[in-house]
Design a protein around this ligand. Structure first.
Ligand code: PEP
Ligand code: MG
Length: 893
């Protein structure tokens, strides 16, 4: 049945919820059409058609006829045919995936112009110059994006034409000049692309559609998708839209607008307008625009209508929208809208503003912000009190404080950052070719372009600091330098600092200070206080929404009282993982060495006895810092060789001592121990519960320290809630043996101190076998804490310490995964083991407490997964706690 799949939708047929099929642009064009807003008629080719093309290398058979039918309908509606010689219908062909994606082919305008129809257009418009300018733009855009001709060649030819005429701006070129330029451009195409610029309008359109499909798999698009974790198989839609012209004279123009300030969230008139120009002139930041507010005096009628439409859109989408529009001889046309990108701070402010306006509720507000945005707000910023040498100010395009060495091209940015340098990428303006340089840089600085320029939009999307349009800076990319007002020259490699929140540019390194959001979490700034500021107020309210909503509790991974106290201030509801190994370092190393070297039971007991009070004191401090909240203490986990000197270093020491005939008995014993404990795969060796089973007295000493510390806190009227956790268990038998000994020690301490301790004993689930036999293990465990670091390591067979440095980049480049499984939980593999173990454990013991303490506990996507599989809490580093709270709230909406 040829009608089973529909590959083309008229703008009147779709709506904003069809983004999967029509892409973001197409869905929103349809929605605006539905709202009765002035959208030039057109239609959208679906992402399904693109997928077929990408899979089979050819358009679906039915597509051609469907496009023809829609084109016919469009032509009869417009009363003219595509490329018709005396009165041509012209269309734009624009890509539009579900997610907006710089790096994909964007737009080809003026499709339908040819050597013949350019004359018809000239006559219809009564403007020769306009027609020839439109034609040369078509050849230029088509040549570059469809036929793959180097865009600089067109730019150079255009510059040459201006030089020959002794003018500086494009608009000073006359019809005859542009006509000559068309000839030059066509020759360029022929030479570079090896074919003539197509004169058949339908061929132009079909080739452009195909180029859009293919751009989905362009290198830059792929890179962007990996960065943004956008799936590689979505495909893009293609929008074919009848042309309206912003370059028909001073009563025409084009612009972009935001319904609110995307940097602050404030309501008002934000945007840029460019008279007598076509859309790409604004986005590319090539000519300087005027503020949108000035449109009021240029064309009051269009301005008023635009304001009206912006209000309609905001109330309809209930969110900040950004808009592209064109005015053709006084008639306003909407070319695009979408829910606009915004800075992290603005996201929080806008969400609360919309709640206050009654447009959205608390639950929806939580969907309007992300943990990644909150993390961004917790970055440090420049110290206001620092002495600075400000040399320029541009547009605050994407917030943050970035310091680095100035570099003037992407290649250098990538090269230097690979060798560990922090760099700021400085460009006149950026284009999609700069993407990897932008990724590599700490921040991006441009001397041209507004808030909607490529640099600004992409940097905001990546959460990267960006200052754009710093016009008083003269950037000379060829000579790799920039001249600042007053004549000082910044050479490649000179340190500069840029502030993406204020737009200021400084010479040298400006010191940074903590963010107000961190100051707020630390309790050094209070919501409601006069100096808290809108941002802190908004964060405070959103966190309250999240805390009300979430089911997951959030604990901290913390090993000492200081971290515990900070975690508490950040909202931790306990400690989910105290790694006791730090208590074996520093001055205590010697004691640990003695324990390892002990030849006799007496020696071993002596060193354990010496360690006991030290451990106990650590726990007393930790329990008092976390008084009233659970503290999960994990018994020693790492292989013992980690506490001994390095094998090579020690060998050298011994050899030296030998050759100098100095006494070295101790070193020799140590070296023997190091050799004895040396393992090929220490992560799979003598560590975790295995240590407890083969080093007599080690775990019982730790349990005693915990129990005595708890008893001491209890007797001091504290409320210690210690939990004892056994690491790296693979079978229930291991746990049973350790448990038996531990229970005995606890009973002894209870008897000796006359207190009842109620210490829960549980285990980590961090080996595949533990997950697979979780039902049995739960017999001996009162809680499980998923150690997803080791679980990821053992499920994948990836060494967690080596993977990033060895083959990981290759895996990312080949798209085997978009993000490290050590960063975001691998749902299908590691995740299904977590789910299975959680379910099996609860079947054995319905009140089994379940948590996670691997790094994934603070990762936004993973938090959602842990919510879904029904864990009770996540545990993460203190600094990630607000992020985990927020995401736990978002997961519960
Ligand atoms: C884990 O393996 O996930 C874990 C939390 O333990 P560690 O990182 O200390 O091995
Ligand atoms: Mg582990």
């Amino acid at each position: 049945d040829p009608h089973a799949v529909k590959f083309v939708y008229d703008f009147t047929e779709g709506n904003k919820d069809l983004k999967d099929l029509l892409g973001g642009k197409g869905a929103n064009l349809a929605e605006m059409t539905k709202l009765g807003l002035p959208v030039p008629p057109g239609f959208t080719i679906t992402t399904e058609a693109c997928k077929v093309y990408l899979e089979s290398g050819a358009e679906p058979v039915a597509l051609r006829d469907e496009v023809s039918a829609h084109l016919d309908a469009l032509e009869s509606r417009m009363g003219k045919k595509l490329g018709q010689a005396d009165n041509p219908l012209l269309v734009s062909v624009r890509s539009g995936a579900k997610f907006s994606m710089p790096g994909m082919m964007d737009t080809v305008l003026n499709i339908g112009l040819s050597d013949k129809s350019v004359l018809g257009l000239a006559q219809q418009a009564g403007d020769d110059r306009f027609a020839w300018d439109s034609y040369r733009r078509l050849i230029q855009m088509f040549g570059r994006t469809v036929l793959g001709v180097d865009g600089d060649l067109f730019e150079e030819a255009l510059e040459a034409a201006k030089r020959a005429k002794k003018v500086t701006v494009d608009t000073d070129l006359e019809a005859a000049d542009l006509k000559k330029l068309v000839t030059t451009f066509k020759k360029l195409v022929k030479k570079e692309a090896g074919r003539d610029f197509p004169q058949d309008p339908r061929e132009q359109m079909d080739l452009a559609v195909k180029a859009v499909f293919e751009s989905w798999n362009g290198d830059r698009a792929k890179l962007y998708r990996r960065q943004e974790r956008i799936p590689g198989d979505l495909g893009t839609a293609v929008n074919i839209c009848s042309m309206v012209f912003g370059n028909l004279g001073p009563d025409s123009g084009t612009g972009v607008a935001f319904t609110r300030d995307p940097a602050s969230g404030h309501q008002g008139v934000y945007g840029d307008y460019l008279q007598n120009a076509q859309g790409e002139d604004v986005v590319a930041g090539i000519r300087n625009t005027v503020a949108l507010a000035e449109l009021e005096s240029i064309d009051k009628k269009s301005y008023d209508q635009l304001m009206q439409i912006m209000e309609t859109l905001e109330n309809h989408y209930k969110d900040l929208c950004d808009i592209e529009f064109t005015i053709e001889r006084g008639q306003l046309w909407m070319l695009q809208t979408r829910v606009g990108k915004r800075t992290a701070g603005a996201a929080f402010r806008i969400a609360t503003q919309l709640v206050d306006q009654g447009l959205i509720d608390e639950t929806e507000a939580l969907q309007r912000v992300t943990g990644a945005q909150l993390a961004q707000l917790m970055f440090p910023r420049f110290d206001e009190h620092a002495k600075v040498d400000q040399v320029g100010r541009g547009i605050a395009a994407s917030p943050g404080a970035a310091v680095g060495k100035a570099v003037f091209d992407s290649y250098t940015a990538v090269k230097w950052s690979r060798s560990g340098e922090k760099v700021i990428l400085v460009r006149r303006e950026t284009n999609p070719d700069d993407l990897d340089g932008m990724i590599a840089a700490e921040g991006i600085l441009t001397s041209r372009g507004g808030k909607t320029s490529h640099a600004a939009v992409v940097a905001r999307g990546m959460g990267k600091t960006c200052v754009c349009g710093a016009e008083e800076l003269e950037v000379d990319t060829k000579r790799r330098r920039m001249t600042v007002p007053g004549g000082h020259v910044v050479e490649e490699g000179d340190l500069i600092s840029i502030d993406g929140s204020s737009g200021k540019v400084y010479l040298g390194e400006v010191p940074v200070v903590p963010s107000p959001v961190v100051e707020y979490f630390e309790g050094r700034m209070h919501a409601g206080a006069h100096d808290a500021g809108e941002l802190v107020e908004a964060v405070h309210r959103i966190m309250a929404f999240a805390d009300r909503k979430r089911r997951l509790r959030v604990r901290a991974n913390a090993d000492n009282a200081e971290d515990a106290l900070r975690a508490r201030r950040f909202g931790a509801q306990g400690i989910g993982l105290c790694r006791t190994e730090h208590m074996f370092l520093g001055d205590r190393r010697e004691l640990v060495e003695r324990l390892i070297l002990a030849d006799t039971e007496a020696e071993r007991e002596e060193s354990l006895k010496a360690l006991l009070p030290l451990q106990k004191q650590d726990f007393v401090e930790l329990f008092s810092a976390m008084d009233g909240l659970p503290v999960t203490v994990r018994l020693l986990d790492p292989p013992l060789h980690e506490f001994l000197p390095d094998i090579t270093e020690l060998s050298v020491r011994v050899a030296l001592a030998e050759s100098r005939q100095e006494p070295h008995e101790n070193e020799l014993r140590l070296l023997q121990a190091v050799h004895r404990l040396h393992e090929q795969n220490p992560m799979l060796g003598l560590r975790g519960v295995r240590l407890g089973l083969v080093i007599p007295g080690l775990f019982t000493m730790q349990v005693r320290a915990i129990a005595e510390a708890a008893a001491e806190r209890k007797n001091a009227k504290g409320d210690p809630r210690a939990e004892i956790m056994i690491p790296l268990v693979g079978t229930v038998q291991e746990l049973e043996i350790v448990r038996e000994e531990a229970d005995q020690v606890i009973a002894e301490v209870e008897a000796a101190t006359g207190t009842e301790l109620k210490l829960a004993i549980g285990t980590m689930i961090e080996l595949p076998r533990a997950a697979l036999t979780a039902g049995q293990i739960a017999e001996a465990a009162e809680f499980f804490s998923f150690g997803t670091n080791d679980l990821t390591q053992t499920v994948w067979g990836f060494s967690r310490d080596d993977v990033e440095a060895s083959f990981f980049t290759a895996y990312l480049e080949k798209g085997i995964f978009g993000v490290s499984p050590f960063e975001t939980i691998d749902r299908d593999g590691v995740g299904s083991l977590v789910k299975l173990a959680a379910e099996a454990g609860r079947r054995t013991r319905p009140d089994l407490k379940l948590g996670v303490c691997g790094e994934h506990g603070g990762d936004p996507e993973s938090v959602h997964f842990f919510h879904e599989v029904g864990l009770d809490y996540v545990s993460c580093s203190p600094f990630r706690i607000p992020v985990a709270r927020l995401e736990a709230g978002r997961a519960a909406t």
